[in-house]
Design a binder for this molecule. Structure first.
Ligand code: PEP
Length: 270
């Protein structure tokens, strides 16, 4: 007898990177709130990932207005507390109502030498606090050109899952972000995005079993209102991780609207 099809709740996540001080963040969230209010987006999760110094202000607005927007952090320490100058702990984030954390964004990996081992340790720490890690993986332009995308994704995904207790995979989000597409205005083609996301899902299923069908996989890299609907319609793409376009309330709301339009109010992909 076949098991019932799992329904994956789509996620549209905005990574603000190192942009917007807390005053500008308040303005953006207020603008976004007005735009999202008129949208039917209860069938999907919407999340924003502001810089650490904005979290308190953004939390205040989301809470006061009871906005259905999840709060995420762009990074965190894998350590609980102590002599780690400059780091931010998960306890601190939990106190600010953060429920999601980006782990191993390519900018952390490339510019701040975050290793696969650190990505895995951070993902485990995030899961241990019952938060959602959004683990970023993706190949560079040269890796794509030499045909090693598949190998790169395999090594990153398997390394990130190292030590994750069986059964916890459904609480993980993986964001496929080809590095050559980030911030360039050139997104992956729908065919390429689907191939990569399907490969990631197949890998997880091969390693961890059918629970891999419940794991959400996002596409990220120059997502914008014009390409959002096509990307989120792909069978293995469960939403988008949006950088530049998330700094513009109108564009981000349009991406949410496009995603909501693809999924309808109650449907999910299986
Ligand atoms: C990102 O940095 O995660 C990202 C997807 O950026 P952009 O949308 O600007 O390409």
């Amino acid at each position: 007898m076949s098991s019932p099809k799992p329904v994956r709740r789509p996620l549209v996540a905005g990574n603000w990177k190192m942009n917007l001080d807390h005053v500008a963040a308040i303005r953006l969230v207020q603008d976004l709130a007005l735009r999202l209010r008129s949208l039917e987006h209860d069938a999907l999760d919407v999340a924003v990932f502001p810089p650490f110094t904005d979290l308190r202000s953004v939390e205040g607005i989301l809470g006061a207005d009871q906005l259905p927007v999840l709060l995420g952090a762009q990074h965190c320490s894998a350590f609980d507390e102590g002599a780690y100058t400059g780091e931010i702990s998960l306890s601190m984030l939990v106190r600010l109502s953060v429920t999601m954390v980006l782990v191993g964004h390519s900018e952390r990996r490339q510019l701040f030498t975050m290793t696969d081992e650190q990505v895995a340790a951070t993902a485990r720490a995030v899961l241990a606090r019952e938060l959602t890690p959004v683990i970023c993986v993706g190949e560079t332009g040269p890796e794509r050109d030499e045909g090693s995308t598949e190998a790169r994704l395999e090594s990153q995904v398997l390394a990130a899952l190292e030590g994750v207790a069986p059964g916890r995979e459904a609480g993980i989000v993986i964001a496929y972000e080809p590095i050559w597409a980030i911030g360039t205005g050139v997104a992956a083609t729908p065919d390429d995005a689907q191939v990569a996301c399907e490969q990631i899902r197949s890998l997880v299923i091969a390693q961890r079993g059918e629970i891999g069908r419940e794991m959400r996989i996002l596409y990220g890299g120059s997502a914008k209102p014009e390409n959002a609907a096509e990307l989120v319609s792909l069978p293995d793409v469960d939403g988008l991780l949006v950088g530049g376009a998330s700094l513009d309330a109108e564009a981000f709301a349009a991406i949410v609207a496009a995603t909501a339009g693809c999924y309808g109010r109650a449907a999910g992909k299986s």
